[in-house]
Design a protein around this ligand. Structure first.
Ligand code: SF4
Ligand code: SF4
Length: 298
């Protein structure tokens, strides 16, 4: 009976977030059925002497956020394309609308490419998913609410002995200790875009290849920079001089700008505005085309 109740509770938590529902059963089954707030208590400790050391660094799905990718690439001194080729696979969220990069595990062993006997070889630049573990974060969309709420959940896998260690935290303390806060801030615009795209459902037009631009912005700022500076983008969109200078060299600023632009295109936000003369040129062009078609049909 207690087991049934626990399963019902677990299903309730999982049903709140569409991405959790899409996760494989073995992942869903290890989600503890209690949503957590930042001030809630948790018990956990991980250290190199623990019997399960490195067990969690294999057969896992690690989504790479834009800031994860920047940190790892800088650490390994690789271009975006080199990193993606060597270490990433493509995964699509939201019924195929949002392509994202996942860390590619070794095909034979299922191990993370960065794990060594001494632990994580990129520890100070490890992805935010690794920093959160054993916590996960999910989104709750209440009907008629304008914004989604986020909550944490605990992942309790049998092999992980860290839950048995006598060490207590508040969820927020754990996240701070693992250095996830800076990552969350850096990834904020990206998360906001995903949440807004998901909440908008199928009603939002995707006439622009939003998915491709989203993937480019998330994974390859060099390529997005080429698009901004080497296409007609700057003839069409207003970007002030100071921001333009920043976008030439600052990858983090470029990613934020790209996501603001996508939000403007997709949801009509006003962060990146079309130039008035570009609108006038567009209207004139449209009228000229219409006139041409009318002439042809006479
Ligand atoms: S305690 Fe858990 S997180 Fe730490 S090494 Fe063991 S399995 Fe991984
Ligand atoms: S990046 Fe580091 S912490 Fe994360 S799975 Fe790989 S080895 Fe483990």
């Amino acid at each position: 009976m207690a087991g049934e109740r626990e399963q019902e509770e677990r299903d309730r938590v999982i049903n709140w977030d569409p991405e959790l529902r899409n996760m494989p059963r073995e992942v869903r089954n290890v989600i503890a059925p209690t949503p957590l707030k930042g001030t809630d208590a948790m018990q956990f400790r991980c250290h190199p002497g623990i019997s399960c050391f490195n067990e969690c660094c294999q057969n896992i799905e690690i989504l790479l956020t834009p800031y994860d990718l920047l940190r790892l690439r800088r650490r390994l001194n690789l271009s975006a394309e080199e990193f993606l080729l060597q270490y990433a696979t493509l995964y699509t969220m939201n019924k195929g609308q949002l392509p994202v990069a996942m860390l590619r595990m070794d095909e034979q062993s299922g191990r993370c490419p960065f794990v060594t006997d001494a632990g994580c070889s990129v520890y100070s630049d490890r992805p935010v998913t690794c920093r959160y573990y054993p916590l996960g974060m999910a989104l709750l969309h209440r009907q008629q609410a304008t914004e989604d709420e986020s909550f944490y959940f605990m992942i309790k896998e049998d092999f992980c002995q860290g839950h048995r260690e006598e060490c207590r935290w508040q969820v927020e303390e754990w996240r701070r200790d693992q250095g996830s806060d800076g990552y969350d801030e850096r990834n904020q615009k990206w998360m906001e875009f995903i949440i807004k795209r998901r909440s908008a459902g199928d009603g939002v037009s995707t006439s622009l290849p939003v998915s491709e631009f989203f993937y480019m912005a998330s994974t390859n700022p060099e390529k997005f920079r080429e698009f901004v500076f080497q296409s007609s983008f700057l003839q069409r969109y207003h970007v002030d001089e100071a921001q333009l200078q920043q976008l030439r060299t600052d990858d983090e600023a470029l990613i934020d700008f790209a996501l603001s632009w996508l939000k403007s295109v997709l949801f009509g936000d006003q962060d990146v505005r079309v130039k008035p003369d570009a609108i006038a040129a567009y209207k004139a062009n449209k009228q000229a085309k219409k006139a041409q078609e009318e002439k042809k049909s006479e």
